[in-house]
Design a protein around this ligand. Structure first.
Ligand SMILES: Nc1ncnc2c1ncn2[C@@H]1O[C@H](COP(=O)(O)OP(=O)(O)OP(=O)(O)O)[C@@H](O)[C@H]1O
Ligand SMILES: O=P(O)(O)OC[C@H]1O[C@H](OP(=O)(O)OP(=O)(O)O)[C@H](O)[C@@H]1O
Ligand SMILES: O=C(O)c1cccnc1
Length: 492
């Protein structure tokens, strides 16, 4: 199939196209710029984010093309005066447009922190701008859900977490991309069968209350399920009376055993999950089903799982839906896409800054890279954002983002890794997002590089992220210049 036929080039905000038109009109479309995609605060009151969404971003870029019907549609958009917004010659330009961008990205499954560019896009400003919205759409949501999943998985402390969210997800694409991101974050499997097919995620499931309700008795329902699927029985025991349900499961489990099969376990979906799991465990163990798993579901999230564990719950598998895929307590990651530098006519790069009253909202200028310093045990010590337009000295000083009085020196001998990796050069693909199970393993090894205090669910220890000193100085100077310019303009 022609990849352009799946093109999502119109998946953008209109203002990207009006700016593109403006650049084309004033002759600036091909002027090179550098943009960075980053977020300013970690979600869920936590301290980190798991980068996700790059695979779909690369698919989007691979198929990026304005198809004839896209062009036709753009020709029908009118402005406030009722006349076409875009002139035919511009539409012809779009019809012939092929991306020639340079894209660098932090691989999916990497632990990242506020202000670090997850993606860097360099090239003709018109192209950089046209892809902004789709990039933010993919990276923001998937990184948010991968982060939520990693928190839930951390709370489960080694137990398997199953993602059950499709029925409560934000639409079809929300459901699919949530399953992908949840797997990246560490979930063991999904109930979403299309996500299983599309992304190779293991699929797992039990049965619903309706199965039990459709029979005259619970025992009959369990037996019929066991007859149909003797090796895949996790019985949902809470339709009528949970502990009685466990006893019914045991009876059917015994019959399964006699016929050479094994009851996998039970699922609890209501009531006091701590108390019921403890009582259910006693019944299962007394009947010789020590290896039967206890799955629990019902509006679970990382805090509830942590609490249930503290209460001594004997749950071994956690089914988590709504609160995971909707990122219930923080429904969006506020990732942004900001211009860091632009090329002058002579080819010289000019750093650019967006000044804000709030320091945290003042953008970082330059063409950025993120350097992660590691200690001898491979543990991450600090991240430094530096400007590739400025020479990096032998001894780097990292100036803390929020507390500029806090500065740390690293000499050239300290081990480091530069996180942004090349994905596209002159529009050609030079990097790939690996298979999903490799990304998931990366998440696990990445998390091990950070002290658990940095990863804890609430009020985490702040991992040090800062600007290389000359970049910090440049930023401060640009802020001062902008303020002075502003003052001069307001007095004339
Ligand atoms: N031991 C526990 N400690 C804290 N919260 C719990 C505990 N057990 C269950 N919960 C949570 O309490 C909430 C209410 O559960 P409960 O089963 O009473 O209501 P429900 O979901 O409305 O039940 P039903 O599905 O029968 O309508 C759920 O989010 C559940 O996960
Ligand atoms: O609570 P969540 O984290 O979103 O997990 C998914 C929920 O979806 C199902 O309930 P539902 O009432 O839709 O169907 P059921 O009859 O199978 O319980 C399941 O039993 C869970 O309670
Ligand atoms: O398989 C399950 O138990 C399941 C699937 C989706 C939602 N809730 C439960």
């Amino acid at each position: 199939m022609n990849p352009a036929s799946n093109s999502l080039a119109l998946l953008t905000d209109l203002y990207e196209l009006t700016m593109a038109y403006g650049y084309w009109k004033c002759g600036g479309a091909e002027r090179h710029a550098a943009f960075h995609l980053f977020f300013r605060t970690s979600p869920f009151q936590g301290g980190y984010v798991i980068a996700a969404g790059l695979g779909p971003v690369l698919d989007f870029l691979r198929s990026f093309r304005f198809n004839p019907d896209d062009i036709e549609y753009l020709g029908t958009i009118v402005g406030n005066d009722g006349r076409p917004l875009f002139e035919p010659a511009f539409l012809q330009y779009l019809a012939e447009l092929e991306l020639t961008l340079e894209v660098d990205a932090i691989p999916e499954g990497t632990v990242v922190f506020p202000h670090e560019p997850l993606l860097r896009v360099c090239g003709p400003i018109l192209q950089c701008q046209l892809i902004e919205t789709a990039l933010l759409n993919q990276i923001n949501y998937q990184s948010l859900v991968a982060t939520k999943a990693s928190r839930v998985v951390m709370a489960a402390d080694g137990d398997a977490v199953l993602e059950f969210g499709l029925r409560r997800a934000q639409g079809i694409d929300g459901g699919l991309t949530a399953s992908r991101a949840a797997f990246i974050g560490g979930c063991a499997a999904t109930s979403n069968v299309l996500a299983g097919k599309r992304f190779g995620i293991p699929v797992k499931g039990t049965h619903a209350h309706s199965w039990v309700m459709s029979f005259d008795s619970e025992q009959e329902a369990f037996q019929a399920y066991a007859d149909a699927m003797p090796n895949n029985c996790v019985f949902l025991v809470d339709t009528y009376d949970t502990l009685q349900g466990v006893r019914h499961a045991v009876q059917v489990g015994r019959r399964l055993r006699r016929s050479g099969h094994r009851m996998v376990g039970i699922r609890l979906d209501s009531g006091d999950l701590a108390w019921l799991s403890i009582e259910a465990r006693k019944i299962l163990d007394a009947a010789g089903f020590e290896d039967a798993v206890i799955v629990a579901s019902n509006d679970l999230d990382e805090r509830l799982i942590q609490s249930l564990k503290l209460q001594g719950a004997t749950i071994t598998v956690w089914g988590v839906g709504t609160k995971l895929v909707t990122a219930y307590d923080q429904p969006a990651l506020g990732g942004v896409y900001k211009l860091g530098a632009i090329q002058e006519d002579g080819g010289q790069w000019q750093p650019r800054i967006k000044v804000s009253e709030q320091l945290i909202k003042t953008s970082t200028p330059g063409i950025q890279q993120v350097r992660r310093y590691l200690d001898n045990d491979g543990m991450a010590i600090a991240d430094m954002i530096f400007n590739m337009l400025q020479p990096t000295p032998e001894t780097c000083t990292v100036v803390d983002f929020l507390d500029t009085t806090h500065q740390t020196e690293f000499d050239a001998n300290v081990e480091f890794v530069d996180l942004l990796q090349p994905m596209l050069r002159s529009g050609k693909f030079v990097g790939e997002s690996p298979p999903l199970n490799e990304i998931r393993s990366r998440t696990m090894t990445q998390l091990q590089q950070f002290h658990r205090t940095v990863l804890r669910l609430d009020n985490p220890h702040r991992y040090r992220v800062g600007l290389e000193r000359s970049l910090h100085d440049l930023k401060s100077q640009l802020v001062r210049d902008a303020r002075q310019r502003n003052k001069a303009e307001s007095t004339t």
